[in-house]
Every structure is written in structure tokens, then in C-alpha cells.
Design a protein around this ligand. Structure first.
Ligand SMILES: [Zn+2]
Ligand SMILES: [Zn+2]
Length: 234
């Protein structure tokens, strides 16, 4: 669905209400993350709905390598021919060459994602491996997006900023499902880094917030994020 002109959100319940995004800046499409399903049918359906084809995708940009976000990656690369961009810390995971670093075994808020923590630690859900073409870092530009280094949730976790549209794509550093939370503690590998990253995200004068899990916030994003900052230390 189009949440703002040229900003499309796609989601599925499997993978914890996971979301991916298509951006149209007039120079082709930029895809951020690829949902859980390996056939990518939800993203292909959205492309068709907006009158586009996979070949219109010019960039595939990954927030990080957790199973919920890279199910359709290999298929979409094959269909689009677009290069994949990710931080180098995530590259060998995306290629299926390294096991995920385990997260907490204990339940944290929100308790309903505990089964996903266990599944990640047991490595039960494999993804079709894919090859990253370009390593990206803080300050790089891909399509309309400025890359924002955002480690903590995972070592190579990235967020993205579209200045012109005041759009912040926070990945899993912020969630809106089942409610607005500044990250899921049970999935955070480095809490100190994560807190620094979220404080940086709060500095952006964002209007629209898109996150990896949960519906986008279409307006007033910066105020909502800043108001939640005290919860980082609880
Ligand atoms: Zn994640
Ligand atoms: Zn996630």
C-alpha cells in the first residue's frame, strides 16, 4: 500500500508482522528488505499493482540479515538483476556462510517474539542464500537514501534517511508492533551500541517512520521517537 506519494509498504504476519518498502524517486525503484516468503509474491504483487515490473527495481538495500527480512532476496535479485547492498558484517550471513550470532534465550518485552528468539538460536529457518554486490556504510548514498550506521540490533544493522521526504527507515532499531518500542531487547546483540544508535535516529527531523516490524507511522515520527527515549534506560 502507498503510505505517502512514492512510498509503498508491504507486509506479512509471518516473521512478526514484518514489513518491506518500495521507494519511487522518479529514477527507478529502491527496495528495502524482502519479507519472509522465499517466493517474494507479496512484493511482486505490489509491483504489479502499481504498474511496475521487477526490472524497475534498481537497488535492493538490506537493513540487516535476520530471517524475516531476507526470504525473497535471492528471487528478487534473480528477477530484477538489481544489485544488493548491505553492511559487510551481514554479507556472509546473507550468503549462508555463517551462523547467526545467538540472541537471548530469555523472554523479554514483547513476550510474543520469544519463539522467534528461540528459532533464531536453533537456526531452524534457513533462507535462500544471496550474494551482496556492494558494501555500504554510514554516509553512503543509494538511490534517494542516505545510509545511517545503526549497529546494536546486529553488528551491521543499517537505517536509511530520505531527506527530501523526511522519511526514516529504522529497520529493527525501532518497532511499532505490537506497540511502539525502541527495539526488541531480546533481539539486541549490543545494548550499548543500540542505545547510541536510537538516540541518533531520534535526532532526525523525521515525519514518516518505517520499521521492520509493525505498521509505518505516517506523520509526527520524530516526536513519537523522542517521547519514547526515556524507555531506553528502563
Ligand atoms: Zn532483526
Ligand atoms: Zn526483524
Amino acid at each position: 500500500m502507498e503510505i505517502a506519494p512514492g512510498i509503498y509498504s508491504m507486509s506479512q504476519s509471518k516473521g512478526a508482522n514484518v514489513h518491506a518498502f518500495l521507494l519511487d524517486d522518479g529514477n527507478g525503484l529502491t527496495l528495502i528488505d524482502t519479507l519472509y516468503d522465499t517466493d517474494a509474491h507479496r512484493i511482486l504483487d505490489e509491483l504489479q499493482r502499481i504498474g511496475k515490473t521487477p526490472q524497475d527495481i534498481k537497488h535492493i538495500v538490506m537493513t540487516h540479515c535476520h530471517r524475516s527480512h531476507l526470504g525473497g532476496l535471492a528471487r528478487l535479485k534473480q528477477l530484477s538483476g538489481a544489485p544488493i547492498y548491505a553492511h559487510e558484517w551481514e554479507v556472509d550471513l546473507i550468503a549462508g556462510e555463517r551462523k547467526q550470532q545467538p540472541v537471548s534465550w530469555l523472554p523479554h518485552q514483547p513476550a510474543r517474539v520469544w519463539p522467534l528468539q528461540i528459532a533464531l538460536n536453533l537456526g531452524v529457518a534457513k533462507h535462500p542464500p544471496a550474494t551482496v554486490d556492494t558494501y555500504i556504510h554510514e554516509g553512503d548514498q543509494v538511490g534517494p537514501l542516505r545510509i545511517v550506521g545503526c549497529p546494536g540490533h546486529s553488528p551491521g544493522h543499517l537505517s536509511f534517511w530520505w531527506e527530501e521526504r523526511r522519511l526514516l527507515i529504522a529497520g529493527d532499531a525501532i518497532c511499532t508492533w505490537p506497540k511502539l518500542l525502541l527495539g526488541w531487547r531480546g533481539f539486541t546483540l549490543n545494548l550499548r551500541q543500540h542505545k547510541e544508535s536510537v538516540r541518533r535516529l531520534a535526532e532526525f527531523d523525521s515525519e514518516i517512520l518505517c520499521v521492520g516490524h509493525g505498521d509505518p507511522l505516517p506523520s509526527g515520527a520524530a516526536g513519537r521517537i523522542r517521547a519514547a527515549l526515556p524507555t531506553l534506560d528502563t
